[in-house]
Design a protein around this ligand. Structure first.
Ligand code: 4F9
Length: 236
């Protein structure tokens, strides 16, 4: 997969992309990530990327020309007639595992990281396919959300995870949160590992894990629980 990330702060990505699973995926040639600083697409002496919004609201907006030029340059370089172009913004649709799976099947993706009060709407209308939010809180920009998308998508690419890490049993894979997990020692600061997990009775262990997963999903994420029960009804 080819990724191009359009940002004013390419150095923010150095750390997260130079360790662990993303680094391994890059080293194996399974994903290639190019960082593009759209300030390089300005043409004025001051390399201006922002301007005040029409309508008189306070704060600054990203002006359209440098961003649009950077997106067009990425599209040309990718050689994909229609690379998925995604903007990270608080106005986006909330990211879900299904969206991550869909994105992981793309040949190439352009991620556009907004800053300040956002981006001139005409860039979104003409050049962006979808806007994604990673949660209902305001961040300083789209860079960390872009890292989240890259992490979530990269681990689904064929060959990235080894067998022991396989994505199949992760939270949300089967629509529920993961049950609590334990490792050695059997007793830690007076707290015991639940008896059933030590029993060696695989059927009972699975039943217990299902019950726990259902319980915490119901309690903590009624939204996820509702989606899960609806899906069960459709399937039966
Ligand atoms: C982007 C928040 C994606 C949540 C970008 C300010 C953002 C965001 N998800 N907030 N700029």
């Amino acid at each position: 997969m080819l990724l191009e990330i359009i940002t004013l702060f390419p150095a923010m990505f150095d750390g997260p992309f130079s360790d662990s699973i993303i680094k391994r995926a890059i080293d194996k040639g399974l994903v290639s990530i190019r960082l593009v600083n759209f300030r390089d697409f300005t043409e004025d002496k001051h390399r201006t990327v922002d301007d005040s919004p029409y309508g008189g609201d306070p704060g600054m907006l990203l002006k359209p020309e440098p961003l649009a030029k950077a997106i067009v340059a990425s599209k040309e370089r990718l050689g994909d007639s229609a690379p998925k172009t995604v903007c990270l913004s608080a106005q986006g649709v909330p990211l879900t595992h299904e969206m991550v799976e869909t994105l992981s099947r793309e040949q190439s993706i352009i991620l556009v990281c907004g800053r300040y009060k956002g981006i001139d709407q005409r860039v979104i209308d003409k050049y962006v396919d979808c806007e994604i939010s990673v949660g209902d809180y305001v961040l300083s920009g789209g860079e960390i959300p872009a890292m989240i998308v890259v992490d979530a998508v990269t681990r689904l690419l064929p060959g990235v995870l080894g067998n022991s890490e396989s994505a199949g049993k992760d939270s949300f894979f089967d629509g529920l949160l993961s049950p609590p997990q334990y490792t050695r020692p059997e007793s830690f600061e007076g707290m015991k590992v639940p008896e059933v997990l030590l029993s060696g009775h695989h059927e009972n262990i699975r039943i217990w894990q299902r019950e726990q997963a259902a319980k915490i999903t119901r309690e903590r994420r009624p939204d996820v629980w509702e989606k899960y029960t609806k899906k069960l009804k459709v399937e039966s």
